[in-house]
Every structure is written in C-alpha cells, then in structure tokens.
Design a protein around this ligand. Structure first.
Ligand code: HEC
Length: 156
C-alpha cells in the first residue's frame, strides 16, 4: 500500500516536471498576461475553498457539507499548478511569482507533489469521522501551500 502510493507520487511528479518545461511563450493564444491572470484565479479559487474549511478548524462551524467538493477542487487546482507556470510567464503581467521558479523547477515541482499529497490526506480526513484529524489536515494543507509561497513569491 505504502509502496504504491509513493510510486504514484513519483510518476505524478515526472508528469508535472515535464509540463513545467513546456514553453508556451511563443503562442499568441497563451500570451503571458492571460496565463498569469488565470494562474492567479486558480490560486484564489484554492485559497477561498481552504478559507471556508479553515472555519471548521477555527470552530466557527461544525458543517462539513461542502468539504468533499472543495477538497477535490484544491487537489485539481494543485495538479494544475505546473501548467500555469510555463516558461515565459515570469513577466508580462501583474505577477509576484519569483523568477527562481524557472531556475529551481525541480524543487518547485516537488512541492507541487507534496501539496497534492496533502490534498489527498485532507480528502481522506474529510471522508472520515475524526474531527481532530480533520482539523489537523486542514492546518497541514495551509502549511503545504506556504511551503511554496515562502520561497517562490516575491514580497512587494
Ligand atoms: C508550487 C508553488 C505553489 C503552491 C503549491 C501553491 N501556490 Fe499559491 N501561489 C504561488 C505563486 C508563485 C503565486 C504568485 C502568482 C503570481 O503572482 O503570478 C501564488 C499566489 C497565490 C495567491 C494569490 C493570488 C492572486 O490573485 O494574487 C493565493 C490566494 C494562493 N496562491 C493560494 C494558494 C493555496 C490556497 C495553495 C494551497 C492549496 C497554494 N496557493 C499553493 C505558488 C504556489
């Protein structure tokens, strides 16, 4: 079981790494400004879903009615990360993405794999019945996002 999970992650990681290497900068349909705007929308969507679930972790609600869908949205958004950071989108729009993303692409992609894994653990907790485990996994998810934001977002 453990073995196959790890294997899946590694295979996923290779797929993601391959995507980041793709250079869309020459394509008019995918000009940087549009891609940057879209990636921020993907991030915002994940942030909003996670915010809603943080209400549970903070004791503001006991309802988990929307959590399966929101967690699946976070997983889907996380898997989308490599394709919304193609080469050529370090500038050309309103972005605070650190250019280091395109120098340390392996490191960036490794974090993506970790975030997807955190999402899968969160989903298991959402489907489970232990509220403390769920609270922990919601907090873990936030930390997983921050692991990328700290090195790869420029403060301005
Ligand atoms: C592998 C790196 C990485 C991961 C993982 C990641 N982010 Fe981001 N995030 C970024 C970068 C880089 C930016 C800046 C994008 C830009 O300005 O072009 C960003 C921007 C954002 C923004 C601001 C969007 C805006 O409109 O400016 C939010 C909100 C956000 N991320 C939420 C999240 C959440 C929630 C997660 C976890 C579920 C997450 N991110 C995971 C790299 C990441």
């Amino acid at each position: 079981m453990r073995r196959s999970v790890t294997k899946g992650l590694i295979i996923g990681g290779i797929g993601l790494a391959a995507l980041v290497g793709v250079d869309f900068s020459a394509s008019a349909a995918n000009e940087p400004e549009k891609i940057i705007a879209y990636r921020k929308a993907v991030m915002t969507a994940m942030g909003d879903h996670l915010d809603a679930m943080s209400s549970f972790a903070k004791g503001r609600t006991t309802s988990k009615a929307g959590f399966v869908g929101w967690t699946e949205a976070i997983i889907a958004g996380s898997k989308e990360i490599p394709s919304v950071f193609p080469k050529g989108t370090e500038k050309g729009g309103d972005t605070i993405a650190d250019p280091a993303i395109w120098q340390k692409t392996d490191e960036f992609n490794k974090i993506v794999v970790q975030v997807v894994a955190a999402g899968e653990k969160l989903l298991a907790a959402v489907k489970g019945s232990d509220n403390q485990v769920l609270t922990n996994e919601i907090e873990n998810m936030s930390r997983a996002c921050a692991i990328c934001h700290e090195p790869f977002r420029v403060n301005r």
